[in-house]
Design a protein around this ligand. Sequence first.
Ligand code: AMP
Ligand code: TRP
Length: 335
Amino acid sequence: MTDSADTGEKKKERVFSGIQPTGTLHIGNYLGAIQNWVTLLDEYECIFCIVDYHAITVPYEPDEMQERVRQAVMLNMAAGLDPERCTLFVQSHVPQHTELCWILTTCAAWGHLNRMTQFKEKSEQHKEFVSAGLFAYPVLMAADILLYKASQVPVGEDQTQHLEFSREVCRRFNARFGDTFPEPEPIYSDVPRLMGLESKNKMSKSLNNYISLLDDPDTIKEKLKRAAHDPARVRRDDPGTPEICNIFTMHQGFSSPEEIEWAAEGCRTAGIGCIDCKKCLTKNMIATLEPIRQRYQELEANPDKVNDIIRQGDKFCSEQAEKTMAEVRRRMGLR
Ligand code: AMP
Ligand code: TRP
């Protein structure tokens, strides 16, 4: 923390993170990102962004985009991002993101971009047309972070490479044009990478291997019943290895420390079976997700409130963004 000259108060460091408007959020997003974001609200000045410009780098339906963005805002609020204690806004409502993105493409090494594994995976999934926007996706992410001079970026493990890229772009800009941006650091949660229900790939919307934050209790029960567990436990008496069991990973996000210990010990010693272990997880997951689903329904019934939150966030971020851009343009001899 640094002292603020005019008030004498400690100025909080700034946190920035983004999430794509995918139409739904899953428990991987929750455990890897949002649950962790909520714990940062008091210690940091937090800005969270719905990154619609990132979402258009793969094929999508324009008629659905507005609804997806609103859903993302409501889901984040329902999951605990209290707009009184943080800023929520929409990326495309602040055009400075694209301005800084272009500028940063000139500080980004093509060779570094070419090593991004997420680009390789996504271009495999969308072979029919791989846009240059998909290739430049990490530059836009760097612009998002640097535009607000954020020093901390809470993300899931899948964003590590993108964040390292942002750091390199930041260093190159500072070296060329003078010290302008703090080098952003990642903050990870206790569950930085949740596998999908089949336990083979990362949980993700596109692979349809997820539990949604809005799934009702019966759906959660059904999905967990069929979810893969420790493959070594074929019979009830086989001892297991919690560290490699995705069900145990989920316990770490949803259960109390005593229950986590109970599950670990019971699994290792075959003291409990996978069915008991899943039952306990199901109860806890429903207890966490039900209030989120209810808050979401309340927000859905109150569109004016949601619009107000977005407008306030857009206004605050536009002002901050323009301040940074004025400095960037001046340093670069552009105006
Ligand atoms: P996205 O939906 O790709 O915009 O991701 C939003 C946030 O959730 C990012 O910080 C991701 O790193 C995180 N995230 C996405 N999927 C997972 C997962 N399966 N496990 C942990 N974190 C995840
Ligand atoms: N790329 C991130 C993801 O796919 C989302 C994102 C966009 C982001 N801009 C960001 C995350 C800035 C952190 C900071 O999950």
